[in-house]
Design a protein around this ligand. Structure first.
Ligand code: NAG
Ligand code: NAG
Ligand code: NAG
Ligand code: NAG
Length: 450
């Protein structure tokens, strides 16, 4: 039997559209009279420009796919590249030959037969593999069924919604349509329903896993008519672990690092500003790195942007917290210094005329500091050295009326001065982690379950 098949193929090879030339070889045990009728019947009067069932109903074309690989799923271009084995089968009654065998025909003989004009409407680029020969195959069964298989690599558009990136789920499609034959001529169907597509279950993708897939039959409506269309839908879920390790954990740790500042004494300005500024800068770098592989021209905000934004806000907040705490501490001390200056002024100029009034205010203020401040000794010890260092605004104000200055400073103190600036740090130590935890819970609830 194989000898006969080989003979058939060689005979078919020698056929040209102009006519068949039968080689005059001797076919071993098989003589020409046994082979010729099949070939003649196959090719005699065959018009490859006319579809099967030309005057009858539409020709039914069954399709099945093997997905060999899906790679280069690109968020920037919104497409994916897939290598597929596409199998189409239809019945061409003109090719019926006796027996129950099938003949596999060389791919180059495809040009002798009618084949469907299937195309992939969403493909941007596609090509047929041609190493070492064109990767296509025709098999003709004795009952006239033709199986036509191709290996194609195509880059296919897939509209992606990246608002939940990287916790996103993309549904991509692979569509097959007939280019020229409308529904009156050609009908498409999946040969085995949802099972017509193979290879998606075992596919290993770099960043995604195939969550589910199914097939549908539909029709494409154009101005020129309705065309048969088959669609494969498959859902890809991104593996979020990579992003957790690459972006989420580092940014969370950075936020935690920025809180370290709350436990460092306010007087160590370089340490705290250093932590603040370094964390802000590192966060900026992380944010830059996270968006390199993504289309950033689009207006939508991705989930990862939201998280990085939250982290940045917290880190920036920690820096601002120190700025505020430091400012209020300084102001606190300045007000205190002001009183001391005033007292000294009175001591110098009036002797002890109005001293008792100021001294009561001074003792009240200092007692308040003594009761709440953590380092009262240090402050009072430093205050004398600070007097010489920063008395400029105080000395400039000495020209004004002393009572008005005292009133203004008292009002300013009542409005701006926090009771105890060290409490800012104490509150921040609980407030920042609690707020971050709360925002995190909201964030993950929203993006994972909504
Ligand atoms: C071909 O084979 C058939 C049967 O096998 C035989 O009857 C016929 O005579 C053979 N023809 C030639 C030309 O040998
Ligand atoms: C083909 O037909 C022969 C007899 O007609 C039978 O013995 C053989 O099993 C059939 N082969 C197949 C694959 O059906
Ligand atoms: C034709 O034969 C093939 C192979 O034996 C079989 O799979 C197919 O169902 C047959 N088609 C029809 C229309 O009988
Ligand atoms: C294919 O799968 C989809 C979704 O799972 C389902 O709705 C549909 O009924 C299935 N079709 C067939 C023919 O099993």
């Amino acid at each position: 039997m194989p000898v006969q098949l080989v003979a058939l193929m060689i005979l078919l090879l020698s056929c040209t559209p102009g006519g068949c030339m039968y080689p005059s070889h001797h076919w071993g045990d098989w003589n020409d009279s046994q082979l010729l009728p099949t070939i003649q019947k196959l090719m005699k009067g065959y018009n490859r420009y006319l579809r099967p069932n030309f005057n009858e109903g539409p020709v039914e074309i069954g399709m099945s796919l093997d997905i060999a690989s899906i790679d280069a799923i690109s968020e920037i271009n919104m497409d994916y590249t897939a290598t597929i084995f596409l199998r189409q089968r239809w019945r061409d009654s003109r090719l019926v030959f006796p027996g129950n065998e099938s003949i596999s025909v060389d791919g180059r003989l495809v040009s002798l037969l009618w084949i469907p004009d299937t195309f992939i409407p969403d493909s941007k680029r596609s090509f047929l593999h041609d190493v070492t020969v064109e990767n296509r195959l025709i098999r003709i069964f004795s009952n006239g069924t033709v199986l036509y298989a191709l290996r194609i690599t195509a880059t296919i558009a897939c509209n992606m919604d990246l608002t939940k990136y990287p916790m996103d789920r993309q549904v991509c499609t692979l569509q097959l349509e007939s280019w020229g034959y409308n529904l009156q001529d050609v009908v498409f169907y999946w040969t085995r329903g949802n099972d017509s597509v193979k290879g998606l279950d075992t596919l290993r993708l770099a960043q995604y896993s195939v969550e589910s897939y199914h097939t549908t039959v539909s029709e494409a409506v154009y101005e020129t008519g309705k065309y048969p269309k088959l669609v494969l839908h498959f859902a890809l879920r991104r593996n979020v672990l990579f992003f957790i390790l690459e972006t989420y954990v580092p940014s969370t740790l950075l936020v935690v690092l920025s809180w370290v500042s709350f436990w460092i004494s306010q007087s160590s300005v370089p340490a705290r500003t250093c932590i603040g500024v370094t964390t802000v800068l590192t966060m900026t770098t992380l944010m830059m790195g996270a968006r390199t592989s993504l289309p950033n021209a689009n207006c939508f905000i991705k989930a990862i942007d939201v998280y990085l934004g939250i982290c940045f806000t917290f880190i920036f907040g920690a820096l601002l917290e120190y700025a505020c705490a430091h400012f209020y501490t300084m102001q606190h001390q300045t007000v205190e210094d002001l009183y001391r200056d005033l007292q000294r002024e009175f001591n110098e100029s009036n002797g002890n005329g109005s001293l008792p009034i100021v001294s009561t205010a001074q003792t009240k203020q200092s007692s308040k500091i003594g009761s709440t401040a953590e380092e009262p000794e240090e402050q009072t010890a430093n205050s004398d050295t600070r007097n010489s260092a920063e008395p400029k605004e105080d000395t400039s104000k000495q020209g004004c009326g002393l009572s008005s200055v005292a009133n203004a400073s008292r009002r300013a103190a009542s409005v701006f001065t926090v009771e105890n600036p060290h409490n800012i740090d104490c509150h921040a130590r609980t407030l920042f982690p609690m707020a971050f935890l709360f925002v995190n819970i909201l964030y993950w609830l929203y993006y994972l379950f909504l």
